[in-house]
Ligand binder design. Structure first.
Ligand SMILES: Nc1ncnc2c1ncn2[C@@H]1O[C@H](COP(=O)(O)OP(=O)(O)O)[C@@H](O)[C@H]1O
Ligand SMILES: [Mg+2]
Length: 222
């Protein structure tokens, strides 16, 4: 069964003569266990779609069903804590929290006991290849590639079934971006998550299970 189904999704910005329709009757469906690459020109509406999928915004027409329930009927905070993780291009790490604390954050929001959260955070850090010497460092004291891996480890916390990533390799060199791609593939293929990656990176698109193109307000399979 699809984890996400999108029917007749419309979304635009502004009103009156400033109105701009970005999504115009988009249809799509996404399954667990797969990596989807969403490509398309800048301004096509890819980030708008991700914010709708993470229930940061709600459809203006049509609906997005998460496991059969419209996002408009979900508690958005609970949905983001338990079901969907978003990894942003600029990492969005908390500058005053160290690596371990950044990864622990979603678990603390969900009330996971501190020692379990700590143990899980260390396991996740190791899983994304962050050595022990980095665990107590602050984001300003690690490289861009390492910051991106912290963001991914934080996204993996709480076993959320849906991972949304907006240009996750955009700021990385090819070696670091290869590692990120492998982590996203593993999250889908080994851990049965649904991974949706917005990307311009042909390496990411080339290794995804499905490539979708956003154009004229709809998504088409490539
Ligand atoms: N908050 C906003 N207010 C007005 N227009 C916006 C807003 N966010 C995005 N847009 C416009 O919507 C269109 C789609 O943006 P976006 O979803 O960010 O595209 P992409 O991620 O594909 O580059 C762009 O024309 C952008 O300028
Ligand atoms: Mg964007």
């Amino acid at each position: 069964m699809a984890i996400l189904e999108i029917h007749d999704l419309h979304y635009g910005y502004g009103s009156g003569k400033d109105r701009r329709e970005v999504l115009r009757g988009l249809e799509a469906s996404f399954e667990q266990g797969k990596v989807y690459a969403v490509t398309g020109k800048s301004g096509a509406g890819k980030s708008t779609l991700l914010s709708l999928l993470s229930a940061l915004t709600l459809p203006q027409q049509g609906e997005i069903l998460f496991e059969g329930t419209p996002t408009s009927r979900l508690d958005p905070m609970e949905y983001r804590r338990r079901c969907v993780a978003v990894v942003y291009q600029d990492f969005a790490l908390f500058p005053l929290l160290n690596v371990t604390e950044n990864i622990m954050y979603p678990m603390e929001l969900c009330g996971v006991p501190k020692d379990k959260a700590l143990a899980d955070a260390h396991a996740l850090a190791a899983q994304v290849g962050l050595g022990e010497e980095l665990w107590n460092r602050y984001p300003s004291a690690i490289s861009g590639g390492e910051q991106q891996r912290v963001a991914i480890a934080r996204g993996m916390a709480m076993d959320r079934r849906l991972i949304l990533a907006d240009e996750p390799t955009g700021n990385l060199d090819s070696e670091n971006s290869d590692q990120i791609i492998r982590l996203l593939l593993e999250a889908a293929h080994r851990d049965d998550r649904c991974v949706i990656v917005v990307t311009h990176d042909p390496d990411v698109a080339g290794r995804a299970d499905k490539v979708l193109l956003m154009r004229d307000g709809v998504l088409a399979e490539r």
